[in-house]
Design a protein around this ligand. Structure first.
Ligand SMILES: [Fe+2]
Ligand SMILES: [Fe+2]
Ligand SMILES: [Fe+2]
Ligand SMILES: [Fe+2]
Length: 422
């Protein structure tokens, strides 16, 4: 079944997810998106290009969690900036090949007329729109008593870094309007009205969601692949049961643990079992998943993802509900199956015998659906083989990403940036 989703819903979901690293990022992304939109409108940039620039504006700092950006957010023109530009570029170039927006991300800190062409990837003139928007937003963060005049003074003191056409917008009466909206926060309403009519199809939607799930998997090397595996098992199960529509299952399973972005590394990566207090913190990931995915405005996906720890006997969390749809039950079994067979920070993957025994016990305790468990047992070897293939593909992608990163970053001599999932 083909449907369209509003692009802005997925972008808000993305921003909400990675803002779990730091709330400054969500404010910053929205401010940059608003300023970018205002510049595009002032210049009557065509809608297709505007859409790409807007996607880049929302996602330009996606690599913030993987670099020193959060620490250096308030410093200008520091070398750390290049690391997250390159990472953001290679991330989308690898996971969403043929996109038109990653080159804007690559050059979003590059001064106007820069000759720093990386690996023959030409600098789009519009990338300087992101630069000026980004600088204004960051400058605003550094001053609690910010005014329009101060922003103008700041821009003029660095005027060689900006395309004069973009700079002039902020020196005009229209610039007054934009900056006023930025400072009194009314820009949020303006931004909320943007892009209601811009839709993306299911295929592009799933590609974006896959990229988003990778951001989570990257957070913790040991759980790298978990979201992808749960999604694979869920989709295979859905096919086994001839479910007519797997779109929601695919998306819900990919994003079921996205709330873990908000869980501290000390708990997420703890090499031993969690204390009861730590477990309470860990359990919160489901509520964060709910919070993040509310932005998608798709009730089915929201329920599939946020009910994955609920049990049929009502003993699950966070709500303790027992009335679960077949799709929700299915993802919950896929999640347990993946968790049992995969390595975790505190355990290795379990054997086939032990995995089956635990699944049977859970079914006998009326925690999970017996019929789905039986299907997992019946197809056990096939599912594991398919997951092995998925791992191979994933590892190839990671290697490609590392290779691309190393090729591009050698132009900028970055040494302290790590890509660690292996
Ligand atoms: Fe940036
Ligand atoms: Fe930024
Ligand atoms: Fe979970
Ligand atoms: Fe999970």
């Amino acid at each position: 079944m083909d449907r369209n989703t509003k692009l802005k819903n997925i972008l808000s979901t993305f921003v909400s997810a990675y803002s779990k690293f730091d709330n400054n990022i969500i404010v910053h992304s929205k401010e940059v998106a608003f300023l970018t939109l205002s510049i595009c409108n002032a210049l009557s940039i065509d809608e297709i290009k505007k859409k790409d620039i807007m996607v880049a504006a929302y996602l330009h700092d996606i690599a913030a969690s993987r670099t020193n950006l959060l620490d250096s957010l308030k410093k200008f023109d520091t070398v750390e900036y290049h690391a997250h530009c390159i990472y953001g570029y290679v991330f989308f170039d690898t996971f969403m090949p043929c996109n038109n927006f990653s080159k804007y991300i690559l050059y979003h800190h590059e001064p106007f007329n820069s000759k720093n062409i990386i690996n023959n990837i030409e600098i789009p003139i519009e990338s300087n729109i992101l630069k000026i928007a980004d600088d204004i937003s960051i400058f605003k963060l550094t001053d609690n008593d910010i005014t329009i005049d101060k922003i103008r003074e700041f821009l003029l003191s660095r005027k060689d870094l900006y395309n004069p056409i973009y700079l002039d917008i902020f020196l005009s009466n229209y610039g007054d309007e934009i900056l006023k909206k930025l400072l009194d926060k009314s820009y949020l309403e303006y931004l909320a009205d943007y892009g209601d009519e811009i839709l993306i199809n299911n295929t592009d939607f799933v590609t974006l969601v896959e990229a988003m799930a990778f951001v989570l998997d990257f957070k913790c090397e040991i759980t790298t692949m978990h979201s992808q595996t749960v999604s694979l098992f869920s989709v295979l199960l859905a096919k086994e049961f001839d479910l007519p529509d797997i779109f929601e299952i695919r998306v819900g399973s990919l994003l079921h643990d996205i709330g873990k972005l908000a869980i501290p590394d000390s708990i997420l990566k703890k090499p031993s079992s969690l204390t009861p207090e730590e477990f309470e913190v860990m359990k919160k990931h489901v509520e964060y998943t709910y919070e993040i995915l509310s932005n998608l405005k798709n009730e089915k996906i929201l329920k599939i993802a946020s009910n994955h720890h609920e049990k049929l006997n009502g003993q699950g969390y966070p709500k303790g509900i027992s009335d679960l749809s077949f799709q929700e039950r299915l993802v919950s079994v896929a999640d347990i199956f993946a968790a049992l067979t995969q390595k975790r920070s505190y355990k290795n993957g379990y054997s086939k015998e032990k995995t089956i025994e635990i699944l049977r016990n859970c079914a006998n305790n009326c925690e999970i659906d017996t019929c789905i468990v039986n299907k997992v047992i019946e197809k056990y070897d096939y599912f594991i083989d398919m997951n092995f293939e998925l791992n191979e593909t994933y590892n190839n992608k990671i290697n490609l990403l590392k290779e691309k990163y190393n090729t591009l970053s050698s132009y900028n001599e970055f040494i302290n940036f790590k890509i660690n999932p292996t």
